[in-house]
Design a protein around this ligand. Structure first.
Ligand SMILES: N[C@@H](CCC(=O)N[C@@H](CS)C(=O)NCC(=O)O)C(=O)O
Length: 212
């Protein structure tokens, strides 16, 4: 185990900062989050994103590569299936989360609420209304995939669960997202099972329901 805590630079409440925090918890690594807004001059991510992470004398960015590094170097790869087919499923769902889910949810729903709650801007209801049909369709798609064959959860708890939990947690923290999620059959059960995991409980956001 490294002597120094893993240093995570990004906002304290952030989807991808949370993913790194959870992987650190899974690996038993101490970690600290240094509040750094994405577009602050001190942010070292070349594309103005967060997080940037210092670990083992390395400076890393891009959450998927950070998560895989921590799991491979400090957790025996326990969060990544060794079976190639299961691994492909995990990688697919991380990619789906990063490429399609996060942009849709973040732009259409989560960010308008962040701007409203924290920057005290008027809630952009037009943007939310426009995005809601696609968000509802996407939640249904995820729910049906879970029902069909367990989708990303079929190989046990992996990095895919961590990415998707963090991405869906943002959705769930909005009224429309929480209502949409409550209409799903299996997705809320999967969210609850994640919340029962110590790494996820240890990194909970202030408004997050506790595991029951
Ligand atoms: N590809 C990046 C995406 C990270 C990302 O989008 N982070 C969000 C915060 S959770 C961000 O930096 N948002 C600020 C922005 O896009 O301007 C990664 O995997 O680390």
């Amino acid at each position: 185990m490294p002597d120094l805590p893993v240093r995570i630079f990004g906002p304290v409440i952030s989807t991808y900062v949370r993913a790194v925090q959870i992987v650190c918890e899974e690996a038993g690594l101490s970690h600290e989050t240094i509040p750094t807004p994405a577009h602050a001059p001190e942010n070292r991510h070349p594309f103005g994103k967060v997080p940037v992470v210092e670990i083992d004398g390395l400076e890393l960015y891009e959450t998927h590569s950070i998560a895989a590094y921590i799991d491979n170097s400090h957790n025996g790869g326990a969060l990544q299936p060794s079976d190639p087919a299961q691994r492909a499923v995990m990688e697919r769902w991380i990619s789906v989360g990063n490429s399609y889910l996060f942009p849709l949810f973040e732009r259409g729903l989560v960010m308008p609420y962040i701007m409203h709650r924290y920057a005290k801007m008027e809630l952009d209801t037009a943007r939310i209304s426009k995005a809601l049909p696609d968000i509802a369709k996407t939640l249904s798609f995820l729910d049906l995939e879970l029902q069909k064959d367990g989708a990303w959860s079929s190989a046990g708890f992996t990095l895919a669960d961590i990415f998707l939990y963090c991405i869906l947690r943002g959705v769930e923290s909005t009224p429309e997202g929480a209502a949409g999620m409550a209409q799903m059959q299996v997705l809320p059960l999967w969210m609850a099972s994640c919340r029962a995991r110590p790494s996820i409980a240890a990194t909970a956001w202030p408004d997050e329901p506790v595991a029951t």
